[in-house]
Write a protein that binds this ligand. Structure first.
Ligand code: PRP
Ligand code: URA
Length: 271
C-alpha cells in the first residue's frame, strides 16, 4: 500500500520574486549566497575556490533535477524486507529512464559540468546520461569589449532527441556563449531536445535579455543576479521591473559586483 505522503511531489526550488518571466529561476538560498560570496572574494583562490564552486554546482544541480526532471512511482525494498513484507519504499522518485546530456563549456572550465554529470549518473540510468564538451573563448574588439564567443573545437554525441540538455557555465555575462551553445543543440544535431536548461552561479540583466530574445524557451537557473551598476532607484525595485535600465556589466563586459575572471581563478591561468 502506498503512503499518500509520497504519492507525488510539489517540489519547486525556493526563488526570488522577479519580472523576467516564468523561465527564469533566481534561487532564494542564503547558504548558497554565503558560499558564493566567498568564491567572489579577492581573498579566495585555489584550492578553496575549486571546492566551493563544486559545492555550489551540487546545490544548483539538486534544484534543477528535483524541479525539472520527470518523476515516476517506484517500489524499492529496504533491508528490513526479510522480516517485514511492508518494508518497501513505494513512492515518488526521479524517473530513471530520463535521457540527459550535460554540456561542459571549456571557457571558464568544465568542472561544473562534471559535477552535474556525476549527480545524473547517481539518479538516472547511466546508459542514458552523456557529457559533451565545447571549447570556446571570448572574442573582443580593440577596446577589450566582448563582441562574441568563438568556438575552437567540440566533442559532441550524435543525438539530442528527447534529452534534457543542461548547460552548466559559471557566469552569464553578455549571453554570447549561451546563445551560440543552445542554437547549436537546437539545430545542428539529430532530433529535438526535450528541454534546454542553463545553470549559472551569476547572471546579469543583460544576459537574461539577450538569451531570452534568442531562446525564449530556455530555462535559466542562477544562484545570483548581479545588477550592481544600475541606478539606485532601479535597485530599490523588484528585479526585472525596469529591465531596460538594469546594468550588471561594465564597459569590458565584466560583471559587477561579479567575481572577476572566473576561468582565470578556477584554472589559475591568467590571460
Ligand atoms: O555571457 P558571456 O559574455 O558569453 O560570458 C560568459 C562566459 O564567461 C565566463 O567564462 P570566463 O570569463 O571565465 O572565460 P573567458 O576568460 O574566456 O572570458 C563564463 O563561464 C562563460 O563561459
Ligand atoms: O565578469 C565576468 C564576465 C565574464 N566572465 C567572467 O568570468 N567574469
Amino acid at each position: 500500500m502506498i503512503d499518500v505522503a509520497y504519492a507525488e511531489s510539489r517540489f519547486r526550488a525556493p526563488e526570488l520574486a522577479h519580472q523576467y518571466g516564468a523561465g527564469v529561476h533566481l534561487l532564494d538560498d542564503p547558504l548558497a549566497w554565503t558560499l558564493l560570496a566567498r568564491v567572489c572574494s579577492p581573498e579566495t583562490s585555489q584550492p578553496d575556490v575549486g571546492r566551493l564552486v563544486s559545492m555550489l554546482y551540487q546545490i544548483l544541480a539538486r534544484a534543477v533535477l528535483a524541479a525539472e526532471f520527470p518523476r515516476s512511482r517506484v517500489d524499492v525494498p529496504t533491508r528490513m524486507i526479510s522480516s517485514h513484507p511492508e518494508a518497501i519504499y513505494r513512492g515518488t522518485a526521479l524517473s530513471k529512464s530520463t535521457k540527459a546530456v550535460t554540456v561542459g563549456i571549456a571557457r571558464a572550465g568544465t568542472m561544473p559540468s562534471q559535477v552535474v554529470y556525476d549527480l545524473m549518473n547517481e539518479v538516472l540510468d547511466p546508459a542514458l546520461v552523456r557529457q559533451d564538451h565545447l571549447f570556446m573563448s571570448r572574442q573582443t574588439d580593440a577596446q577589450g569589449a566582448v563582441t562574441g564567443a568563438t568556438w575552437h573545437d567540440a566533442k559532441i554525441g550524435r543525438d539530442v532527441e528527447d534529452r534534457y540538455v543542461l548547460f552548466p557555465d559559471p557566469m552569464g555575462a553578455t549571453g554570447s556563449s549561451m546563445v551560440s551553445a543552445v542554437s547549436y543543440y537546437k539545430t545542428a544535431l539529430e532530433g529535438r531536445p526535450a528541454r534546454c536548461i542553463a545553470m549559472h552561479l551569476i547572471v546579469t540583466p543583460e544576459y537574461i535579455q539577450r538569451v531570452h530574445e534568442a531562446h525564449p524557451d530556455l530555462g535559466i537557473y542562477a544562484l545570483r543576479l548581479d545588477r550592481g551598476l544600475s541606478p539606485a532607484r532601479v535597485l530599490r525595485t523588484e528585479p526585472g521591473t525596469h529591465h531596460a535600465e538594469e546594468r550588471g556589466l561594465n564597459e569590458h563586459h565584466y560583471i559587477v559586483p561579479g567575481a572577476g575572471g572566473v576561468g582565470e581563478i578556477l584554472n589559475n591561468a591568467w590571460l
